[in-house]
Design a binder for this molecule. Structure first.
Ligand SMILES: NC(=O)c1ccc[n+]([C@@H]2O[C@H](COP(=O)([O-])OP(=O)(O)OC[C@H]3O[C@@H](n4cnc5c(N)ncnc54)[C@H](OP(=O)(O)O)[C@@H]3O)[C@@H](O)[C@H]2O)c1
Length: 262
């Protein structure tokens, strides 16, 4: 029998109730990690915890929290310390998008997006990275997007939050060099999850052009994290598009992106 090198290690995964987060939970469980699963839907998480625990012989705990509320993010940090856990792998995956012109969209939604996509990710990273450094090991996987590489008219705040995630993760990775803590940024393009219903991107030109499977994206990101890669852009088309935009004059990029976001 092969020894489980992650026995007694814990992975905390946000947004684990569906989409990419559920795939990350499955991958972490398959690698032998015990789990702390976070999302708003406690019932769904309980079912997933029960299933993964049974299937992979790991312990999965649930912390239902709305991470767009800073006090509930603190609750997650308290849950971890209260349970006497140390986080060996942090997957900051929960996030959502919202389409439409910034001026016309409700402020409350933009604030929730900034709180979830930026604030919760930074806070959870800060809460666990110090201990990882002290232990001389750990993994942080932050989920950005190909939207991180250019401004996104019709997706204005979302794209800006993902630019933050990319910049934050790449800078943090540099600070962590030599500490044994690995920090990776995953940049999916359009992926087949519940994201598009909430963001109302179904039917847009960009969504009709290409759609990757959630399992494929999650597996690539998980493997990139284990190999200690800096950044992964998923899918050849997405890599080509993100790369070619670097050579496009800045003033030409927003109208080009706007044409895809219709
Ligand atoms: N799908 C794509 O095309 C795509 C492309 C690029 C990047 N991404 C990024 O990939 C990540 C995962 O998204 P996905 O595609 O898997 O979307 P998804 O299927 O909508 O899943 C989002 C997850 O986040 C959780 N979540 C949403 N709001 C939350 C909140 N306020 N507090 C706590 N948890 C919350 C959801 O659970 P509850 O509803 O139970 O809270 C769910 O588990 C996101 O960061 C997204 O920006 C997705």
């Amino acid at each position: 029998m092969t020894a489980n090198k992650n026995m007694n290690k814990t992975a905390l995964i946000t947004g684990a109730s569906g989409g990419l987060g559920l795939d990350f939970a499955r991958l972490a469980a398959a690698d032998g990690y015990n789990l702390v699963l976070v999302a708003r839907s406690g019932d769904k998480l309980n079912g997933i915890a029960e299933e993964l625990g049974r299937e992979y012989g790991i312990t999965a705990q649930v912390c239902a929290a709305d991470l767009s509320k800073p006090a509930e993010v603190d609750k997650v940090v308290e849950f971890v310390s209260g349970a006497g856990l140390q986080i060996d792998c942090l997957v900051n995956n929960a996030g959502f998008g919202d389409t439409g012109h910034f001026a016309d969209r409700p402020w409350a939604v933009q604030q929730q997006m900034i709180n979830l996509n930026i604030l919760a990710l930074s806070r959870l990273t800060h809460a666990f990275v110090g201990e990882m450094k002290q232990r001389g090991r750990g993994f942080i996987l932050n989920i950005a997007s190909t939207a991180a590489f250019q401004p996104g008219p019709n997706f204005t705040v979302y794209s800006a939050t993902k630019a933050f995630v990319l910049s934050f993760t790449e800078a943090l990775r540099e600070e962590l060099k030599g500490t044994g803590v690995r920090c990776t940024c995953s940049c999916p393009g359009v992926t087949d999850t519940g994201f598009h219903e909430r963001a109302a991107t179904n039917g847009m030109r960009i969504t009709r052009m290409s759609m990757m499977k959630s399992e494929t994206v999650a597996l690539e990101a998980w493997q990139a994290m284990k190999k200690g890669k800096q950044t992964i852009i998923h899918g050849l088309m997405n890599r080509v598009m993100s790369f070619s935009l670097r050579f496009t004059p800045r003033s030409a990029v927003p109208p080009m992106v706007a044409s895809f976001m219709k």
